[in-house]
Design a protein around this ligand. Structure first.
Ligand SMILES: Nc1ncnc2c1ncn2[C@@H]1O[C@H](COP(=O)(O)OP(=O)(O)OP(=O)(O)O)[C@@H](O)[C@H]1O
Ligand SMILES: C[C@@](O)(CCO)CC(=O)[O-]
Ligand SMILES: [Mg+2]
Length: 396
């Protein structure tokens, strides 16, 4: 009766969102805010899914769920996106096409279709996911959800055997989480699931081996959730349309954003000893990158409000993630006194924004093997601090 907790962090993109979709460099770090899953096998052939963050509770007879090919296992890569299966699953879940919970359920069943063995499918299983991240706010909730799902289903089906190195296990989790991200986002670059799987801070280029950001030093940010809902898929599509209309205008902007990530990498690599200089230059890059994103049409009046409020207090902010609402990050320099930070938080709160403080650069995906059946209700009501006291295994 295998059963597991799995967990994965959200992410904050420092520089390079959107440009990363076109093969440009981006830098990002994992967040202290995480999602958690509980997966455990049953005996009655049901697949029971609990996703409280998107208000979804469903129980399907496992035998009724459309399935096509199974994945052959390591070292085979996941097959190309199966559009026919996606159509079948969309009809099967019957929750509308573009709702939060519809895509969440389809992503889960898509991984189920490939990763679940016939034996486990016949027995059935419970899968619940809960998150400390705001959903759809630019902090990688979809990636963190996808990484939790991939880790849970790979573990449950014995695909992460101990004969594989930690790096191979991590790659498998990342590759399958990317499949789930594709179901949710359409055309993701893969940066979000990669940061969520690996943890730490990375410099990322689509399709290339990922490197930790050399010399990365922990930075303090305030994250402001404007609470304006938006969908990453829609914003990415809007930038694509603008680029198709004006390639000669937009392409140089994407190149400039690439240079921002290179400058960030150089800052950490060269200026590690002069922290004040590093933070001042980092702040300049925050400003420039936001300006370019605004020019690409992915800012929002609320994000500009965050910039206005923070700028009056001498702080630099930019949107983070896809933009169009969602979250902004504000760099808190070491020399900022607590009073100013409190004033910032108060002013942001007065606008109805949610202010989050989180560490950047913590651990990536992890799991705990459980030796007894856990009640779903208990798992869903447990505090994060309580879950974190478990003995987690990370893929390092
Ligand atoms: N805890 C969760 N439970 C179930 N589904 C989730 C959860 N978190 C995210 N999702 C899925 O991810 C979707 C949100 O993804 P989206 O990419 O638009 O936002 P994000 O990942 O928070 O932001 P960004 O991609 O800009 O970082 C939701 O509609 C839902 O389908
Ligand atoms: C907007 C985007 O660049 C980042 C979303 O967090 C999309 C992606 O990279 O897939
Ligand atoms: Mg996302």
């Amino acid at each position: 009766m295998p059963s597991y907790f799995t967990s994965a962090p959200g992410k904050v993109i420092l520089f390079g969102e959107h440009a990363v979709v076109y093969g440009k460099l981006a830098t990002a770090g994992s967040l202290g805010l995480r999602s958690y899953a509980l997966v455990q096998s049953r005996t009655d052939g049901a697949l029971e899914v609990n996703l409280p963050d998107v208000q979804l509770v469903r129980s399907w007879k496992s035998a009724d769920i459309p399935r096509q090919a199974r994945w052959e296992g390591y070292p085979y890569p996941p097959p190309a996106m199966n559009v026919e299966l996606l159509d079948q699953l969309t009809k099967f879940v019957d929750l509308g096409t573009q709702t939060n919970r519809s895509v969440a359920a389809i992503a889960l069943l898509y991984l189920h279709s490939y990763l679940t063995s016939d034996d486990i499918a016949n027995q059935g299983y419970d899968l619940s996911v809960r998150s400390d991240l705001p959903v759809g706010a630019g902090l990688g909730s979809s990636a963190s959800y996808s990484v939790c799902l991939a880790t849970a289903l790979l573990k449950l089906n014995g695909h992460l055997s101990e004969s594989l190195s930690a790096a191979d296990q991590r790659d498998l989790v990342n590759q399958w989480a990317f499949q789930a991200e594709k179901v949710i986002h359409g055309n993701p670059s893969g940066i979000d699931n990669t940061v969520s799987t690996l943890g730490g801070a990375v410099i990322f280029k689509k399709g290339e081996k990922i490197e930790p950001l050399p010399g990365f030093q922990s930075l303090k940010f305030i994250l402001t959730n404007t609470r304006v809902p938006r969908e990453t898929q829609v914003l990415v599509a809007n930038v694509r349309k603008l680029r198709e209309k004006f390639p000669s205008v937009v392409n140089p902007m994407l190149d400039s954003i690439n240079e921002i990530s290179i400058s960030c990498k150089q800052l950490f690599a060269q200026n590690g000893e002069d922290r004040a200089h590093l933070l001042s230059r980092f702040g300049d890059l925050v400003d420039v990158n936001h300006g370019m994103l605004a020019a690409l049409g992915v800012s929002h009046p609320t994000l500009e409000k965050v910039r206005e409020i923070s700028s009056k207090l001498g702080l630099k902010s930019k949107l983070t993630g896809a933009g169009g609402g969602g979250c902004a990050l504000t760099l808190v320099r070491d020399d900022m006194d607590e009073k100013t930070v409190e004033e910032l938080k108060t002013k942001l709160g007065e606008q109805g924004f949610e202010v989050l403080e989180a560490q950047v650069g913590g651990p990536g995906a992890g799991f705990v093997t459980l030796d007894s059946v856990t009640s779903i209700a208990e798992f869903l009501s447990r505090g994060t601090a309580d879950l974190e006291t478990q003995t987690w295994t990370y893929f390092v």
